[in-house]
Design a protein around this ligand. Structure first.
Ligand code: HEC
Ligand code: HEC
Length: 306
């Protein structure tokens, strides 16, 4: 009962906030993001290169495949030596628009995030001194870093190049964005009805803004216990009220990024929508309504930049 009370309070505080900030409006993504093109090109090469991993077998692409929606389609990803991680890999597409990075928000931005997978023992398993040594020894990289950064290959510059590239990984012009911009026939009537339900039922309270999510934290399992074994933000803050609190994920391109939730518990978008309604809103939702919301969510798939 206590849990339910806390959840309700969080819900109402957020609801009021959202109304105050008028953040419930979903905004279209910009067509481009301004970056230094040469640094982005260097970041692109690094993102695709296994040189960043200990045994040169894993690249960022291994778990964030840009041809597959920017994730790997697995419940939990595999890093070096076939080791499996313990949390679902989110997409890197549009990550630049998230207010924080990682499910528990422990990185403030893309640059702060970028070195974490390199040194994570179950992902790329490298050390920063060693990866810098490898990059300096590579004529291809050493020369490029020296040309673009006065201090050449450093951990900070490595993170900067990768983050600069990631800023370009956006997916503008989804049917829904075209609809928002005035093309009323850009989405099917079923998707329009789904959008109406998405607002009416309250999904919009948490999934709003440019990324349809990615701009606040919330508890996973407010009305119905989600039986999460992971503690989310509690691991960072130690506050009881932060148990099972995660970053609300962006729903852009969500049709391409199954399985769903931080633990990949649902294989289908249908189940994700059905259970969100129960966990987060405590509402029964009909089969037809689920299909309509699903149609709306499918209209959020944009143009992938590769
Ligand atoms: C072995 C798989 C694996 C590799 C390799 C990997 N990642 Fe990830 N990535 C993940 C997982 C899993 C998470 C979620 C971790 C968490 O939230 O605690 C994640 C999270 C992220 C996020 C945060 C997205 C968000 O919405 O919160 C970004 C950005 C990202 N990775 C970029 C990269 C970059 C850049 C590289 C290469 C330097 C990389 N990843 C390598 C699995 C991987
Ligand atoms: C009170 C906040 C809140 C509300 C309301 C809410 N969600 Fe969510 N949603 C979340 C959080 C938090 C997560 C991440 C859960 C986790 O894995 O820890 C999430 C995850 C999801 C996911 C999975 C995304 C992914 O990439 O794994 C989908 C799909 C989704 N929500 C759709 C909906 C729909 C549809 C509704 C309305 C029926 C809704 N949500 C209502 C907070 C909310």
């Amino acid at each position: 009962m206590r849990r339910r009370g806390i959840g309700k309070r969080i819900g109402w505080v957020l609801f009021t906030l959202v109304i105050c900030l008028e953040a419930e409006v979903i905004k279209p993504l910009p067509d481009t993001v301004e970056v230094d093109a040469q640094k982005a090109a260097l970041g692109k090469a690094l993102f695709h290169d296994t040189i960043l991993s200990k045994d040169n077998t894993v690249s960022c692409m291994t778990c964030h495949d840009l041809a597959k929606g920017g994730d790997d389609g697995m419940k939990y990803s595999f890093g070096i030596h076939g080791q499996q991680g313990g949390i679902n890999a989110p997409t890197v597409y549009n990550a630049v628009f998230n207010f924080r990075q990682f499910w528990d928000g422990r990185a403030t931005d893309l640059k702060e995030q970028a070195l974490d997978p390199i040194t994570n023992p179950v992902e790329m398993g490298e050390t920063l001194p060693h990866v810098i040594q490898k990059l300096k020894a590579s004529p291809k990289y050493n020369e490029r870093f020296n040309r673009l950064y006065t201090d050449g290959v450093t951990a900070d510059n490595l993170a900067d190049a990768i983050a600069t590239y990631e800023k370009t990984l956006i997916t503008p012009n989804s049917p829904f964005d075209r609809y928002l911009k005035g093309d009323k026939n850009a989405i099917f009537p079923e998707a329009k009805e789904g959008y109406r339900l998405f607002k009416l039922k309250g999904c919009i309270i948490c999934h709003n803004g440019m990324n349809v999510g990615g701009n606040l934290y919330n508890r996973f399992g407010i009305y119905t216990d989600a039986n999460s074994t992971q503690l989310g933000r509690y691991n960072l803050t130690g506050r009881e009220s932060d148990k099972f609190v995660f970053k609300v994920p962006s729903l852009r391109n969500v049709a391409l990024t199954a399985p769903y939730m931080h633990d990949g518990r649902f294989d289908t978008l249908y189940d994700a929508v059905k259970w969100m309604s129960q966990y987060q809103l405590g509402r029964y939702i009909t089969d037809r309504e689920i299909r309509q919301i699903e149609a709306f969510l499918r209209s959020l798939t944009g143009k992938m930049v590769k």
